[in-house]
Structures are given as C-alpha cells and as structure tokens.
Design a protein. Structure first.
Length: 228
C-alpha cells in the first residue's frame, strides 16, 4: 500500500484525446508535498507517513509545530495528512513527492470538503418532490410534509431527512481516472468533478477497489535531488 498525496484544487477545464473527443478534467496542483514524519509499528502501533503541503508563515505556526517541522528540516506547511502505508513503502523524511506518483490511466480516490450551501430546504437538500400545486395546498408547496406518526412512536426518528445545513462535509469520490500528469508544473489532471471549492486541499490516493497499477513508482514518485 503506497502513500497518497496532498494537492490543491485549481479548477476544471477540458482536454482532447487522440480521437478528438473532449474530456472534462479537474486540475490538481502539488506544492511542496514533503514527508514530515513517520509512524512506526514499534512506537505508534501502525505504519504511516505524515505528509505536509503548501507553505505557512512562521508567525502563523504554533511553537509546537515549528519544532515538529524543524526536526524534519522542512518549511512550515499549510496542511498535514497521514497516510497508512506498508513497511516496504516507507519514504524518507524530507523527500518531496511529485505528480509522477500517479500514471495516466490509473484510478484514484479523491477526498475533499464539499462547498457549503448554508441552510437549505428538503427539496434542494434531499431532492424531495414537494407538495401538490393545487387541491388544497397553499403556501407550503416546497415543504417536506409530515415528519412522524401520531401516538406510536410519538416522536421524530433520528436521521429523518429534513431541511438543514447543506454541504461542507468530507466526501470521497472513488475510481476517478488520471488523464495525464505534468511533473514539471506539478499538475494532475483527473477526469470528472472533484469535491471542494477552488483552492481547497484535496487528498488523492490509489483507488482502494482497483489497487495500484504495475507501472506506478514505488515507494513513491519522488523529486530527484539536484546534482551538485
């Protein structure tokens, strides 16, 4: 099991394949995605790598995190995420992951926080049909209708679909295809829509249902150190 990456959502565009068909894609950008710490079986009870991405001003970083980043000899990061990995796929602290971590054609799972919609009614939030347009219904055409029974159970069941806060939840979209990658610019083009607003942090992993393709680099797609 390989590590994933932390990317930033740039937006959506389209690309064309060899047949001239346009493919809607979401552009994800990797920015200073480095390994910050390790989690080992002996010390923590599980094996994982902690990645950091982006840049954060030192004045906006707590003293505890300053020491954490200093121990790894990396700049303060804006986002930290842990990825469970197998022992043979551990990555050295300070190593930087690039877009070459994924190969064109493979499937990935992406996780992000959806755009918040505020307070929404039952029709918009849950796709309810609403009440009838006539035949005694007035004013309350877009209401959700009855929410419970009378004497038994005499209350509204927990989880009842009603109006409320819509969006701004953590969502994972599975089996999205990687159309192409650009290591130099740190871009990953994923087919289809990805949850989250522009500029939000997105977690990208190998698809759990299809596994890691044979051509994918192991333990990860790392940036080669500049020759001195």
């Amino acid at each position: 099991m390989r590590s994933g990456v932390i990317a930033q959502k740039v937006g959506m565009t389209r690309v064309y394949n060899d047949a001239g068909e346009h493919i809607p894609v979401t552009v994800l950008r990797l920015e200073n995605c480095q390994v910050v710490a390790h989690r080992t079986e002996d010390k923590n009870g599980y094996t994982a790598v902690q990645l950091g991405a982006g840049r954060s001003k030192v004045k906006n970083t707590t003293k505890a995190l300053r020491g954490h980043f200093a121990a790894a000899s990396v700049e303060p990061k804006a986002k930290l995420v842990e990825f469970r990995v197998s022992a043979d796929n551990m990555i050295e602290v300070g190593a930087e992951l690039t877009a070459s971590h994924f190969v064109a054609g493979q499937l990935v799972d992406v996780t992000g926080t959806t755009i918040g919609k505020g307070f929404a009614g039952a029709i918009k939030r849950h796709n309810f049909g609403g009440l009838r347009a006539t035949h005694g219904v007035s004013v309350s055409h877009r209401s959700h209708g009855s929410t419970g029974s009378n004497q038994d159970p005499g209350r509204v069941w927990k989880g009842k679909r009603m109006a409320g806060h819509m969006g701004q939840t953590r969502v994972t979209t599975q089996n999205l295809e990687v159309v192409s990658t650009d290591e130099d610019r740190g871009l990953i083009l994923v087919k289809g829509a990805v949850p989250g607003s522009k500029g939000s942090w997105i977690v990208v992993r190998d698809a759990i249902k299809s596994g890691t393709p044979e051509g994918a680099p192991r333990p990860a797609g790392l940036r080669a150190e500049a020759s001195k």
